[in-house]
Each structure stands twice: as structure tokens, then as C-alpha cells.
Design a protein around this ligand. Structure first.
Ligand code: ADP
Length: 169
């Protein structure tokens, strides 16, 4: 499994799947969620609504999939990151679950390349350094026959620096 770092906008990435840092409503929001729905068009929201009607809200740490709509990627995997609340152990476990459940879902869809944003490090205020460590560790520990490449898409300079260091190690 190859790990790659790209600085920029995840909606521009051509991969089999990109991951969205959604909220539990699955009905869109700000940040990367807003960008994905804007660029992907209304098809994605329609599919999110169908999922909601079927199974209700998406729990923190879990993941669901829609098509990529107008995006260059085939699928969008929507996962709900934890809101940072000082319970480091609980928040860390939930964030690791986001990466893990997204990867498991990706594997079930025959995904070979997948791009992740820095889940929970925006409005959900998860400390960036810790979030980066959890992301890289969880992905490195995931054994996959299917997935060939994982792209970490960093939007801000701070995350870019953090991931550069983590991936050099
Ligand atoms: P959360 O609610 O999980 O914190 P946010 O969308 O607020 O979600 O932020 C998660 C991360 O996504 C942040 O690091 C933010 O800088 C980044 N981000 C925002 N827009 C984009 C985008 N278009 N592409 C990739 N990452 C983005």
C-alpha cells in the first residue's frame, strides 16, 4: 500500500473513492462536506437522503457510501468524525474508527485508490497533530490486498507540515 500526501482540494482528486468528513445528519454542512456537495452536485445529496430514510443518522465513527456524482471519483465515502471534547481516549478511538470503517467499506467496493481529508480537524477541533498520528497509524495497521494507494489530502499548511513529518518516519 502506497501512502501519498497532496496539498489541495479533495474534490479535484481522481481516485476510486474520496472520503467526506460528514456530520451525522448526512445532509451536508460546511468545510470539506460543503465543498464535496457543491462540486459533486445534487445526486450525492439525493443518495444521502435515501440512506437516511433507510437507516437513520450515521453514527460517529461509521461510514456510508454514495456515488461521486459529478466528481472525478467514482465513490464518496461519508464518515462522521468525533467532535473533540477533551476525552482523548474516546475521541481517538472514534477517529480511528472513521479511517478503519472507511477502508473496510472501500475494500468491499473494490477500491484501489482512496483519498482522505484530515477528518475532524476543522470545525470539530480535533488537535491536528494527534489526528494525523491516528490517521497514519490506523492506515498503516490496516492489511489490505485490494487497496493500492492512499492519498492524504491536506488543505491547510499546518496539516501539510504534520503529514510530511509523519510520512517521512
Ligand atoms: P470536521 O467537521 O470533521 O472538522 P471540516 O470540513 O471542518 O470537518 O474540516 C476537516 C478538514 O478538511 C480540515 O482540515 C479542513 O482544512 C479540510 N478541508 C476543508 N475544505 C477542504 C477541501 N475542499 N478539500 C480537502 N480538505 C478540506
Amino acid at each position: 500500500m502506497k501512502l501519498e500526501l497532496i496539498k489541495g482540494d479533495i474534490t479535484k482528486i481522481k481516485a476510486d473513492a474520496i472520503v467526506n468528513a460528514a456530520n451525522s445528519s448526512l445532509l451536508g454542512g460546511g468545510g470539506v462536506d460543503g465543498a464535496i456537495h457543491r462540486a459533486g452536485g445534487k445526486q450525492i445529496l439525493e443518495e444521502c437522503k435515501e440512506i437516511r430514510n433507510r437507516q437513520g443518522k450515521c453514527k460517529t465513527g461509521e461510514a456510508v457510501v454514495t456515488s461521486g456524482g459529478n466528481l472525478p471519483s467514482k465513490y464518496v465515502i461519508h464518515t462522521v468524525g468525533p467532535i473533540w471534547n477533551d476525552n482523548e481516549e474516546k475521541s481517538s478511538k472514534l477517529l480511528a474508527n472513521c479511517y478503519l470503517n472507511s477502508l473496510k467499506l472501500a475494500e468491499s467496493l473494490d477500491v484501489k485508490t482512496i483519498a482522505f481529508p484530515n477528518i475532524s480537524t476543522g470545525v470539530y477541533r480535533f488537535p491536528k497533530e494527534l489526528a494525523g498520528k491516528i490517521a497514519v497509524e490506523t492506515i498503516k495497521n490496516f492489511q489490505s490486498e485490494m487497496i493500492e494507494k492512499i492519498i492524504f489530502v491536506c488543505f491547510d499548511d499546518e496539516n501539510e507540515e504534520i503529514y510530511k513529518k509523519l510520512l517521512e518516519e
